[in-house]
Write a protein that binds this ligand. Structure first.
Ligand SMILES: [Zn+2]
Length: 364
């Protein structure tokens, strides 16, 4: 058997299921050992220790199955999961960033709670068939039956994850549901408003039930806010492609005169134009080239004599963020946007800068 490296240096590799590495964080194992040790020190019987150990194992398996639910459905849509890890805070799946397709998101997000609820139902059915069905008991109660206890655990796990708050599955499912009818940013905003309304209700309950409830309310509020901020920023920058922002305005003909070219400059706000010969882009002419061309060759000089012939091009599907970086690195006032071999439009730096500034302002 080949030795596998954990993705997290504080994790131990448990194994692999369907190409997904299962890991347990050291702290999870420590908490489990500590719980057993503490019980033993207080003189717990061997029976109790075995019961608690069984429960911890069952909880670990339940958490892994919940995460596997997410990961396996994600895989149906071609999304890879690097690892699933168990921590004292619960299970986590490191899944590829999901596309913002509502159907994909909804299915991946609901798969985890669905597994938990189904598993809970199955365990309830087993304990009912054995006549052992009863309410949840403290985890170290010797009257507790592990099957029934784990049935409760899974139902609570599924239900808790369905709460409509971020970053729980329920919040993300709600957002996916809304995004069937509206754009993703708006769907995120509405879902987060619902989470915040819930946190206000919880904060009011906190007056009665104490600071933990109050802190939870604050945490829900903050998580909702940060989710909106993240999505909005990502959208402003990343969802835009070169083709969304490019200018498809007029072009200059390489064989026309500078006088004709200056008319085109005067008619639009654009400051850089591609120079064409037939369907090929042969150069670029900006305001600077026009002026120096007029000085050098006069009004009857040709565009081809005054244009600059070095320019950069990007594919029309290039993310705007990347184009922006490229322009900055090359201190290029404009890039040509191409679709396959053909000219599609131009992207003046000025336009890109303005957009990014708007995006940054929205972020605040
Ligand atoms: Zn989940």
């Amino acid at each position: 058997m080949k030795k596998r490296e954990a993705h997290n240096s504080w994790s131990l590799v448990l194994g692999e299921v369907a190409g997904i590495q299962l890991e347990v964080h050291v702290t999870f194992a420590l908490v489990a050992v500590w719980a057993l040790f503490a019980l033993a020190r207080r003189g717990a019987s061997k029976e109790v220790l075995v019961l608690v150990a069984t429960m911890i194992l069952g909880v670990a398996v339940s958490l892994l199955l919940h995460e596997l639910g997410h990961a396996l459905v994600a895989r149906m849509f071609g999304l890879k999961t690097r690892e699933i890890s168990l921590t004292p805070m619960g299970g986590f799946s490191n899944i590829d960033e999901m596309p913002e397709t509502p159907r994909v998101q909804l299915l991946v997000v609901l798969a985890g709670p669905a597994v938990s609820l189904l598993l809970g139902g199955l365990l309830f059915a087993i304990s009912a068939a054995r006549g052992e069905l009863r309410g949840p008991l403290p985890f170290n109660d010797t009257n507790a039956n592990p099957v029934t206890q784990l049935a409760w655990f899974n139902v609570v796990l599924g239900g808790y994850n369905l709460l409509p708050i971020f970053p729980m599955d329920g919040g993300r499912a709600l957002r996916a549901g809304f995004s069937f009818f509206m754009d993703y940013v708006r769907a995120t905003r509405i879902a987060s408003r619902i989470a915040q309304a819930l946190s206000i209700a919880l904060a009011l309950a906190g007056l009665e039930y104490g600071p933990v409830v109050l802190f939870t309310a604050v945490w829900i509020w903050m998580s909702a806010r940060s989710e909106v901020k993240t999505v909005r920023t990502r959208h402003a920058l990343k969802s835009l492609l070169a083709r969304d922002v490019m200018v498809t305005g007029p072009t200059l003909d390489a064989d026309s005169t500078l006088e004709d070219a200056s008319l085109v400059f005067r008619k639009t706000f654009q400051s850089e134009f591609p120079v064409m010969r037939g369907t090929d882009v042969v150069g670029v002419m900006g305001f600077k080239e026009l002026v120096s061309g007029l000085e050098k060759h006069g009004a009857q000089g040709l565009v081809s004599a005054a244009m600059r012939t070095t320019f950069n091009g990007v594919d029309f599907r290039t993310p705007l963020e990347q184009v922006h970086q490229q322009m900055k690195d090359a201190s290029d006032p404009m890039v040509m946007v191409t679709r396959g071999e053909r000219y599609a439009g131009v992207l003046p730096q000025q336009n890109v800068d303005e957009l990014l500034r708007i995006a940054k302002a929205l972020e605040k």
